[in-house]
Design a protein around this ligand. Structure first.
Ligand code: MSP
Length: 511
């Protein structure tokens, strides 16, 4: 099989417990991973935690804990979250693992051998919170503090011996790479930001620190630890057993198809990462997609503002699938979005409970009462039947193209539209008035069941658990789901059993 797909989430800092922003990056990535799987791709989906650096060292010190023990505890909460979010990841990498250390050390040695690294002195601004160096024109005063204009986080002055990566040398090759790979950075607006930043001139990048110890040591000089971003980015190849470039995983899955990240970490992924890889003679990933932020009200979540949205609280109150549905449908992918209880409740009540849950329930109980729990035989489809069934054929290519361009909203809008049309079809056809025309009644039920099957397949990457409950009507199991069968209008075999279905979504009542 030649269809492979490698997708990654960012690896999360285990400096505090996970929040909705982390859940968002993960859910979006899971959506693509599941979608590709049901399209017949062999998928490798990676997530994990980014555990080195000053940020983590300080967070551990604040809690008076040994950094590794501290990471063990918080990384476990991220791993738990990946289960709670029902992620289909194949691996969960921690940058404190031996396999990763080996991989980073090797990349360093390759860069050193290729004379891409030199020793000098860094003096400039550093944000521990972003683990990023900022130039003088990227910072501003904020009372007594200096902060980054980009992220708003506090910066501090650093002066120390440091190894540098010859990033400046990669300015032109990077610009050519962006030209030759016009979809490397999506969405387009973010690409423009990156390209103009690179055009403005790249300086060599400090890639080691001497003033703290929590990190992977520079192989040839144990006084330095490797800059946490060079360490972290390498996770994407460590999980494929780099430095062994001849093993099956690496050969199959590198270069990655897409790194899903938040817009705040685009510079690292779209500039530094491909530059490191080009310098090491490794192919860069095929795409980096920078999504927007999930805002709390109208603001970015932050500990200091005390406005952190906890995914677990929302899941506890509303359930996982409604949260997944909401984030994928209501946030315009690529842009910022926010969560409000009203909008979430309206998604549950109208889209999930009324349009989807109710459709399944209604059709199955009509079937049970009128023809028994077996798939009926259909007559030739009439114009009305063909009109609704053809929507899937007519949009099939567009659905795939849009998915491949990470246009989640096209996909979701299609589903919402089909749900609406499906309910309208069942209402307009009035099968309850056709009791004396068994053939037509059977055909209406058959078409309705087919539509439930198609919509449930489309919904699988979004709300896997609920979709599987609905597909159980037809005894379709997870392993049998095949995206291309939405093209087949006669998939269901007449006479096969139909299972009853419990209520999929409870409506939220606010008195
Ligand atoms: N450890 C780095 C990533 C290294 S990847 C090689 C990091 N970690 S993070 O925990 O701070 O953030 C991880 C991801 O969560 C980032 O993509 C970030 O954009 C995303 N989010 C953090 N807050 C967010 C929101 N409020 N909304 C959406 N996503 C945001 O950065």
């Amino acid at each position: 099989m030649n269809k492979k797909f490698y997708i990654t989430t960012p690896i999360y800092y285990p400096s505090a417990k996970p929040h909705m922003g982390h859940a968002y990056s993960s859910i979006v990535s899971d959506f693509f991973a599941r979608l590709k799987k049901i399209q017949g791709f062999e998928v490798f989906f990676l997530t994990g935690t980014d555990e080195h650096g000053q940020k983590i060292q300080r967070a551990a010190e604040n809690k008076k804990k040994d950094p590794l023990k501290f990471c063990d505890e918080i990384s476990a909460t991220f791993k738990d979250l990946s289960k709670i979010l029902n992620l289909s990841n194949n691996d969960f990498i921690r940058t404190t693992e031996v396999r990763h250390k080996k991989s980073v050390e090797n990349l360093w040695k390759v860069l050193e051998k290729k004379k891409e690294i030199y020793l000098s002195k860094y003096s400039g601004w550093y944000s521990v919170s972003d683990e990023a160096f900022y130039s003088e024109d990227e910072i501003e005063d904020d009372g007594d503090l200096k902060i980054s204009k980009l992220s708003g986080s506090k910066v501090e002055w650093v002066e120390e011996e440091s190894y540098f990566f010859k990033l400046s040398k990669w300015q032109e090759p990077l610009l050519s790479f962006y030209d030759e790979n016009p979809d490397f950075i999506l969405p387009k607006t973010r690409k423009n930001e990156v390209v103009s930043f690179v055009r403005a001139g790249l300086k060599d990048l400090s890639i080691s620190r001497k003033s703290f110890t929590w990190g992977i040591k520079v192989p040839s000089n144990n006084e330095h630890v490797i800059y946490v971003w060079l360490d972290a980015l390498t996770n994407y190849i460590s999980a494929l057993n780099y430095p062994d470039q001849n093993n099956d995983l690496y050969k199959k899955f590198w270069p990655a198809d897409v790194h899903i990240i938040g817009k705040d970490i685009l510079r690292f992924h779209a500039i530094y990462w491909p530059a490191f890889l080009l310098a090491a003679d490794i192919k860069p990933p095929k795409r980096v997609y920078g999504h927007g932020w999930i805002l709390s009200g109208d603001e970015k979540m932050s500990k200091s503002k005390g406005n952190i949205l906890d995914p677990l609280e929302i899941i506890e109150k509303y359930g996982l699938d409604p949260l997944r549905y909401y984030l994928l449908k209501e946030v315009s992918f690529g842009n910022d979005g926010n969560i409000s209880n009203e909008k979430l409740e309206s998604c549950i009540n109208s889209d999930l409970a009324n349009n989807y849950g109710n459709l399944c329930q209604r059709v199955v109980s009509f079937c049970e009462k009128n023809i028994g729990l077996k798939v009926p035989t259909s007559e030739e489809f009439n114009e009305d039947d063909l009109k609704i069934l053809k929507n899937y054929q007519n949009n099939f290519e567009d659905l795939i193209t849009n998915i491949d361009n990470q246009n989640i909203n096209f996909y979701l809008n299609f589903i919402v539209d089909q749900l609406f049309k499906a309910n309208k079809y069942f209402n307009d056809q009035e099968p309850w008035k056709r009791k004396d025309d068994k053939k037509r009644l059977n055909t209406i039920v058959y078409v309705s069941l087919e539509i439930i099957r198609k919509i449930s397949i489309l919904l699988y990457p979004i709300i896997p658990e609920s979709s599987l409950k609905a597909l159980n009507i037809f005894n379709i199991k997870e392993i049998d789901i095949d995206f291309s069968t939405i093209l087949n209008n006669n998939y269901l075999s007449p006479g096969s059993n139909i299972n009853k279905i419990d209520i999929l979504f409870n409506k939220i009542k606010n008195d």
